[in-house]
Design a protein around this ligand. Structure first.
Ligand code: GAL
Length: 395
């Protein structure tokens, strides 16, 4: 009993800290109509019993990286809807780019008696300690979208096919590049702390490299990539060295200042008609804004990822060439289905495994689609993912 009281008090104080740092969660909206589900679960486990009898139990805790990218807000909305509809109590907390906040968020959720933790890590290796703490409490851990590395404490992984994302970006560049050879290629990558940044880069590099080796493209902004341009299969260390040079940290401002620095550093031979590998939509828009204001850049092809509304508008307006559609509704619903099975004491369905450096993790993987001006309507509007009224100039 004392232990319970302590954990509730701890939860309240941690919640207060976490809410200041990261802007809140959703327990209030979801807990009201799910008392029965919490009550049922309480019969099964001690942790749920504790929190259920205190009246404020949370069954499923979700930790997402940041509110500053629309992508994660879509994930949040889906989780709240799907878990609420399924009758589960849940709470979503954001780490706002900080591994320390992420750790506090996980501790908060643990002290609330969660049975399943769904976590999209800020930093793949730093998150290991947090999930180990959850595991020690008997919580089932689902690594969401980004793989947590270097630990045995991840039970499942739900992800998009991230290598395919990079391949799609690379292939788009090849298929839409200007005619001829010696085309300047600018490379950008995600955060080195995100395992996905490696998978995206791996897919793009494997696809683009033969066209670099044969002289179609000339890397304009990475001496480290030039150093290995004859190799199709890079080691993790080689990729880390390149990513170290061309990382955007998934941050628009970093992307912008790198693009500015690159254009200042290169000569006229690296301008004209060019192609750009940008890792996601937020960074693509910043990089595109920089390149489009350089009068010596006559045309550019630029990739993206996530199908953010602002980037879909850029595509309609001809300012971004493509994006990769990762249907976050599917990813969230696969994860909720998994959580439901876990809470029912069953084994969830998986279709592949990912190795995180320690173990092979049973994983559920979802495919991705390429969005261009021609497919915005069929993929994003007709499917109901977005409403046409969110865009202007849509045909
Ligand atoms: C990745 C994620 C992408 C992307 C990026 C930036 O890990 O898979 O969809 O948005 O993070 O947050």
């Amino acid at each position: 009993m004392k232990k319970k009281l302590l954990s509730v008090l701890l939860a309240v104080s941690m919640m207060a800290t976490a809410l200041v740092g990261c802007g809140g969660g959703s327990t209030e909206e979801t807990s009201g109509d799910t008392t029965e589900a919490t009550g049922d679960a309480a019969e099964d486990t001690d942790a749920a019993g504790d929190s259920a009898s205190s009246g404020d139990g949370v069954q499923v805790g979700i930790v997402l990286p940041t509110k500053d990218e629309p992508r994660w807000l879509q994930d949040q909305a889906q989780f709240e809807k799907l878990l609420g509809d399924a009758g589960f109590t849940s709470q979503v907390l954001f780490s706002q780019g900080s591994s320390a906040t992420e750790k506090t968020n996980v501790e908060t959720l643990i002290s609330q008696g969660i049975e399943v933790l769904i976590i999209c890590a800020q930093d793949a290796s730093a998150a290991a300690a947090s999930v180990e703490a959850a595991k020690a409490e008997g919580i089932t851990v689902i690594s969401y979208d980004r793989l947590i590395t270097g630990t045995d404490a991840v039970d499942y992984y739900v992800t998009f096919d991230s290598v395919a994302v990079g391949q799609a970006q690379g292939q788009y560049i090849i298929d839409n590049a200007p005619e001829g050879t010696g085309i300047p290629l600018y490379l950008y990558a995600g955060a080195a702390t995100d395992n996905n940044a490696f998978l995206f880069f791996e897919g793009a590099w494997k696809t683009l490299q033969p066209k670099i080796a044969d002289g179609t493209f000339v890397i304009a902004n990475s001496s480290e990539a030039v150093a290995v341009q004859d190799k199709n299969e890079l080691t993790r260390d080689e990729m880390a060295t390149i990513i170290g040079q061309i990382t955007t940290d998934w941050d628009f401002n970093v992307a912008k200042s790198k693009a500015e620095a690159h254009l200042t550093a290169v000569g006229a031979e690296s301008k004209g008609d060019i192609v750009i590998l940008a890792p996601n939509d937020g960074t693509a828009r910043s990089i595109a804004d920089v390149f489009s204001t350089d009068t010596d850049v006559t045309s550019y092809v630029i990739t993206g990822q996530d199908s953010e509304i602002a980037s879909v508008q850029y595509i309609i307006d001809g300012k971004q060439s493509m994006t990769v559609f990762k249907n976050t509704n599917t990813l969230a619903s696969d994860t909720v289905t998994m959580a439901q099975k876990i809470l029912a004491g069953e084994t969830p369905e998986t279709d592949t495994t990912y190795n995180n450096g320690n173990i092979d993790i049973p994983s559920k993987q979802t495919n991705v689609d390429v969005v261009t001006k021609d497919t915005v309507k069929s993929l994003l509007i007709d499917s109901g993912y977005y409403d046409a009224s969110e865009f202007t100039g849509l045909e």
